[in-house]
Write a protein that binds this ligand. Sequence first.
Ligand code: AMP
Ligand code: GLY
Length: 424
Amino acid sequence: MKVLLIGGGGREHALGWKIAQSPQLSKLYVGPGNPGLNHIGAPLAIAESDPAAVAALARDHAIDLVVVGPEAPLAAGVGDALRAAGIACFGPDKTAARLETSKSFMKEICAAAGAPTAAYGKFSEAAPAKAFLRGQTPPYVIKADGLAAGKGVIIAESLNQADDAVEAMLGGQFGEAGAAIVIEEFMTGEEASFFAITDGKTILPMIAAQDHKRAYDGDQGPNTGGMGAYSPAPVFTNAVYARAMSEIIEPVVAEMSARGTPYIGVLYAGLMIENERPRLVEFNVRFGDPECQVLMRRMRSDLLPALYAAATGTLNGHRFDWRDDAAALVVMAANGYPGAYEKGSPIEGVDKANAMPGVVVFHAGVKQQNGALLANGGRVLNVTATGAAISEAVARAYAGVDAIKWPGGFFRRDIGWRALERTP
Ligand code: AMP
Ligand code: GLY
């Protein structure tokens, strides 16, 4: 099978690493790729969010399956264009991608499917939004309806802050994404990310992971795309799994099909779990980054046939096997991230880290220049490790981190603390 993998971050390096192990793979192309991925697959220059260009590229290279890593190409309609051209695509059509690209669409589908999520109101004018806020209790959760690069959620402690958030969002702070806003009930509990792949009918559950969104130790500092991850997630018990499947994933997939917009790809449910009761915080139409990387480290089965089956409506009869080992991941980020940071600082020791027990380093924001590895993004390296328990996986990941010499970067020292408190 010839596969084109779209994307170039740590998530895609992990997907490519896993796909490359498949006996069914004849050729892997990556676009745009990164130095790590480019060792595994053949890099292609790609306009990844131009549906016609992606379809033409896939046709020119006789691609059997396109696997889309990030959400932007899906939101732009890459899935639609590929399917229209008769090319299998792992990733939903634009309409189904609205589960991620429109918070209010997600809410509407949850209501129709009876899936538990925070109560909410949708607004495009400030006055009714502020009136609604006065019927809520703090903290107030205000979200831009559209995609805002993970920055469109404000949790306000006071009514004043909440009013300001409403004004800023409807006033254009996030452009079109904030033309409408959603105001939600604040949910308490512990968050976990759960993943399932589907062809629109059959659902193949994966496993759960947890990430650390804040930049600094102790879950302090600004929100980021994720500074680390681990799996399994102790909060995601068998009872939570059963409820997440029967109350959220299954009815939502059925609702999407019933509307004539079947969901094809991976459905990422961001869950808030309290007393073993999961409620949906958000859907994403792609794998989580960095959660995907720990999932790939734990997957025993061949990923590629399942992705192809999901893309071609033949998932029935497939299953995933997982290693009993735990996996942990530490993100090494550029000094300053998630604010302004510099690019181009040299990184050494990645090969040394990769040679350590259980360690695999995935490339996220790096580039190769004259044989040297240079930082080229905010989140730069993902040091992953497996181990018999979370504690061993975490210790091995940090041994890998400590083997890497990169003065231009920082990382958190406490990845997995919640899990380690529960399962020492
Ligand atoms: P989202 O982009 O919708 O996932 O929101 C980003 C983060 O904000 C989530 O991961 C939660 O930590 C928090 N959050 C979002 N919505 C809520 C809510 N209704 N209640 C509590 N926390 C929330
Ligand atoms: N790690 C969170 C995300 O991928 O959205």
